[in-house]
Design a protein around this ligand. Structure first.
Ligand code: PMP
Length: 421
């Protein structure tokens, strides 16, 4: 049989098009997938797995949901790209603005990275300031100014940042711990009139899942408002995942700008940034802040997002909550029975089981987890037909396609695996 990874490595750096896929966080070589249906993925050898990666979050309706597939097929038959306005862009924009409290206008791009990059540029352009505040362990895509003490792959690979980012640019970014509003207050006291934006994952997902402490987001809202700093919620992971209005809908806090990705494209490449009309209208062509894209608002991608959001009604979120709570309880009990120290954090259908005891409230807590044990857990689950993220510092995502049987099978696999650790 052809070694697919070897073949890929001859033509693709590291054999992958995004670093975490390479399994460096858990050892071994990546699996090549051939097929996805509902809650399951099948690899090139024909082995099937219950999938909790869900393409890293977009597939909240599972693989190949009939409504999404039909929508894409219909649109493909009508043209795959125009580079000119089409109705489906407005249809999806209306769906987003209807749901997200802080969005009066939304601009579509093609990835989460593009969304955060553009939101930062807009915040800098609108305020006339250059400095940023970001949170340690949060990941906002591979944007130069934001790739400083970031989470996700940078954390998995143990990198402090990245070469290729000019020091004067990185120096404009102040980094503070998650769930520490006092640290934000200190930076703003000192440099408040120079800070354009504070960007935060309202529920951290890229150092594993860490919920905001009660009152944290409220204080960020107050402090940024006081200093004229643009508050940006990066809802690339949480948007339409934890509530129909994202984390801001769930917690009732309106940022100035919001970034989206993942679920908003239903598995096709979409990102978006949105916010108050007066801020968003400063983007070209209405305003001077430039941002553009050949494939932005691509009709295939818009249709996949439109159909996906259409599936996400109140019942859908209730079902996601129910299934996810069952999974969390099952995993907790399995760890307890095996006598393994673990802490499970969950908000809605995103969760992480950290291999350490005690509360996990920030980057320092998360990175004190036993990543070797996670690696063994990951491989044990994989052998038993459960595909988790190949890193301790990522979320597991439950989808509408997961069944109670999937959850039961996952918990049994976990109980067996944990007993061997
Ligand atoms: N922001 C957050 C919170 C993310 O989780 C991610 C991707 N995991 C991004 C931004 C970047 O999105 P993309 O990979 O689509 O560029």
């Amino acid at each position: 049989m052809v070694d697919e990874f070897e073949r890929a490595r001859r033509v693709i750096p590291g054999g992958v098009n995004s670093p975490v896929r390479a399994f460096k966080g858990v050892g071994g070589t990546p699996i090549f997938f051939e097929h996805g249906a509902g809650s399951r993925v099948t690899d090139t050898s024909g082995k099937s797995y219950i999938d909790y990666v869900g393409s890293w979050g977009p597939l909240i309706a599972g693989h190949g949901h009939p409504a999404v597939v039909k929508g894409i097929q219909e649109q493909a038959a009508n043209g795959t790209s125009f580079g000119a306005p089409c109705r489906i862009e407005t249809d999806l924009a209306e769906r987003v603005c209807e749901r997200v409290p802080g969005c009066e206008r939304v601009r579509f791009v093609s990835s989460g990275t593009e969304a955060t990059m553009s939101a930062i540029r807009l915040a800098r352009g609108a305020t006339g300031r250059d400095e940023l505040i970001k949170i340690e362990g949060c990941y906002h895509g591979h944007v130069d100014s934001l790739l400083v003490q970031a989470g996700s792959g940078v954390l998995t690979l143990g990198l402090p940042g990245s070469p290729g980012i000019p020091a004067p640019l990185a120096e404009l970014t102040h980094v503070v711990p998650f769930n520490d509003a006092d640290a934000v207050e200190r930076v703003l006291k000192d440099r408040g009139d120079r800070v354009a934006a504070l960007i935060v994952e309202p529920i951290a997902g890229n150092m594993g899942v860490i919920p905001p402490a009660p009152g944290y987001l409220e204080r960020l809202r107050e402090l940024t408002a006081e200093h004229g700093v643009t508050l940006i919620f990066d809802e690339v992971m949480t948007g339409f995942r934890v509530h129909r209005g994202g984390a801001q809908g769930r917690f009732g806090i309106e940022p100035d700008l919001s970034c989206f990705g993942k679920v908003i494209g239903g598995g096709l490449p979409v990102g978006a940034y949105g916010g108050r009309a007066d801020v968003m209208e400063q983007i070209a062509p209405g305003g001077p802040v430039y941002q553009a894209g050949t494939l932005s608002g691509n009709p295939l991608a818009m249709r996949a997002g439109f159909e996906t959001l259409g599936l996400l009604d109140d019942d859908a979120y209730r079902e996601l909550e129910r299934l996810s709570a069952r999974l969390q309880d099952g995993l907790r009990q399995a760890a307890e029975s095996a006598g393994i120290e673990a802490t499970s954090n969950r908000v809605g259908s995103m969760m992480t089981t950290f291999f350490r005891g005690g509360e996990i409230t920030n980057y320092a807590d998360a990175t004190a987890s036993d990543t070797d044990r996670y690696a063994r857990f990951f491989h044990g689950m994989l052998e038993r037909g459960v595909y988790l993220a190949p890193s301790q510092f990522e979320a597991a995502f439950v989808s509408l396609a997961h069944s109670d049987d999937d959850i039961d099978a996952t918990v049994s696999a976990a109980a067996e695996t944990l007993a061997t650790l």
